[in-house]
Design a protein. Structure first.
Length: 513
């Protein structure tokens, strides 16, 4: 049976336009989805939008648009952004869809039937911006006297009838689960943070609101709408066809990984597993959190006017360089800064120079000196064998990195081989061999071709467009691009298309003249 792999992004709030932070999490999840597809797994990759709650309702009011029409518009924009970033999602879930409402209500009903929800009244702090309840001891006071959440979001005092989820009853089970499943929360720093948060004690969680209407009605009590996080988290099940346990997609549960930003780890690593335990469902294998992007050293915010639309970056630098940069800049899981200088340097040095030149040098020599035809694999020298051995280890090496969500380390491994290829071509100097030993020249070019084929194959998840071009230039056919195909050598004698640059150098507009 083919192994399954289910990966999700957060579903994004439709209270504002998509930005580079959203694109980042989606690209990371996309790399995982594409990697596992190429590795022969049956993958389900889910993304979508989170459309209920007071924050979205207020944004629609400010825009002066009817709420559903507003969410339709912004959700479509998020989808356009995902498409522009080449996110290979299999399904796009919207929480205002009937299939989701039915699933969220069924999940609620199940949790209630199992005795974990009771009616009470909530009195306490709420941060609208975070759609999150905070306890008194988590707040700080600003010099002007206002109370703020740890995220800096202003809080308000709420007092209203509410249903509660018996979160406190799950404290020990959660701690035991974290202990037994060390890979459940990543990276390790977040795991420690969550364990210590839960150890401090969990209070029951308010899971319904009565002071506004934009949400999913609570089953049998339409005066209440579900707390937006109960509603939102259920998306990971509603896209599978829950509550129909026999729906074909339910075989994808439990999810292999929910990729989320560090801001929402608590919801995914505390509330979500507790809801699932309460419903008697299996828990996801991993919740992995990505770090935070700042822009040229500053927090990204509407008030600073520095919110980056990923589509603008793509228009300027090209899609694949942007995807590459996002995952290359800092070990996945850590915080990072988006600055033009380092983006341009990575594009020009690592993509255009290290990889682009290697491809160009090799392919143009095959075109010129081998009649554009792929040479035979000849008897191999020690130098040849050592380069090819290094390249052929890449799929297994990357498989290990993907298991650990080490998306950046994986790129470093590939670049070690890229650099080894460049050192090899300089050492072997096929341009000199052309006169002295043309057979050896052909053999060297063939070794480079074989090594580059591995490189291009394993880089597809990161840079699908550029690697598609690269593989085409290498004469690799569509059915030969998955990892298992690397076991079969490409037959000699294939005619390769005329080589073209894969990564043009970026030249600053002012210095281009
Ligand atoms: O939290 N750097 O939606 P949201 C990196 N609807 N990632 C960032 C980022 C930044 N500066 N800014 C945002 C929600 N993100 C809920 C999720 S899931 C059941 C419900 C990314 O629109 C990051 O992944 O506020 C973060 O978790 C997500 O966008 C928050 O998106």
């Amino acid at each position: 049976m083919t192994a399954r792999f289910y990966v999700t992004t957060p579903i994004y709030y439709v209270n504002g336009a998509p930005h580079i932070g959203h694109a980042y999490t989606s690209v990371a999840a996309d790399v995982l989805a594409r990697f596992h597809r190429l590795d022969g797994k049956d993958v389900l990759f889910l993304t979508g939008t989170d459309e209920h709650g007071q924050k979205v309702e207020q944004a629609a009011q400010v825009a002066g648009v009817e709420t559903q029409a507003f969410t339709d518009r912004i959700s479509a924009d998020f989808r356009t952004m995902a498409d522009a970033m080449d996110i290979s999602y299999d399904d796009y879930i919207r929480t205002t869809e009937p299939r989701h409402k039915a699933a969220a209500q069924a999940l609620w009903q199940k949790v209630a039937d199992n005795g974990h929800i009771y009616l009470g009244a909530y009195e306490g702090w709420y941060a609208l911006r975070d759609e999150c309840f905070y306890s008194e001891d988590e707040l700080t006071t600003r010099p002007d006297g206002t109370r703020v959440a740890p995220t800096g979001a202003p809080v308000e005092w709420l007092r209203e009838p509410s249903y509660f989820f018996r979160l406190s009853a799950f404290q020990d089970r959660l701690l035991e689960f974290y202990e037994q499943h060390p890979a459940f929360i990543g990276p390790e720093s977040r795991r420690r943070e969550i364990v210590s948060f839960v150890k401090q004690g969990l209070r029951d969680l308010s899971v319904s609101r009565t002071s506004f209407k934009w949400g999913i009605p609570v089953p049998n009590d339409p005066d209440h709408v579900m707390y937006v996080w109960f509603d939102a988290l259920a998306n990971y099940l509603s896209a599978l066809g829950y509550p129909d346990i026999d729906a074909p997609r339910m075989a994808f549960w439990p999810a292999n990984v929910h990729v989320v930003g560090k801001d929402i780890i608590r919801f995914h690593a505390v509330y979500w597993p507790a809801f699932l335990m309460a419903a008697g469902l299996e828990l996801p294998r991993t919740v992995f959190s990505n770090g935070w992007w700042t822009i040229e050293g500053e927090k990204m915010s509407k008030s600073l006017g520095n919110v980056v639309d990923p589509r603008d970056l793509v228009a300027e630098f090209g899609l694949d360089p942007v995807r590459y940069f996002l995952l290359r800049e800092v070990p996945f899981g850590g915080d990072s800064d988006l600055n033009r200088r380092s983006l341009i340097t990575r594009l020009n040095v690592e993509l255009a120079n290290d990889l682009g030149n290697l491809a160009q040098r090799t392919l143009s020599q095959i075109a010129r000196n081998c009649g554009g035809v792929l040479p035979e694999a000849a008897v191999r020298t020690e130098d040849d064998q050592s380069l090819l051995a290094q390249a052929s280890l890449l799929p297994a090496l990357l498989r290990g990195q993907m298991e650990r969500f080490a998306l950046t380390d994986a790129l470093e491994e590939v670049w070690k081989v890229v650099r080894a290829c460049n050192a090899y071509i300089d050492r072997q100097a096929p341009w000199t061999l052309r006169k002295t030993d043309p057979d050896r020249m052909a053999a060297v070019l063939r070794v480079l071709h074989d090594a580059m084929r591995v490189i291009a194959t394993v880089l597809q998840p990161y840079m699908p467009g550029a690697m598609d071009k690269f593989l085409t230039q290498l004469g690799i056919e569509a059915g030969e691009r998955h990892f298992a195909a690397l076991e079969t050598p490409v037959p000699a004698g294939r005619t390769l298309p005329a080589p073209q640059g894969i990564f043009p150098r970026y030249v600053e507009p002012e210095s281009a003249a």
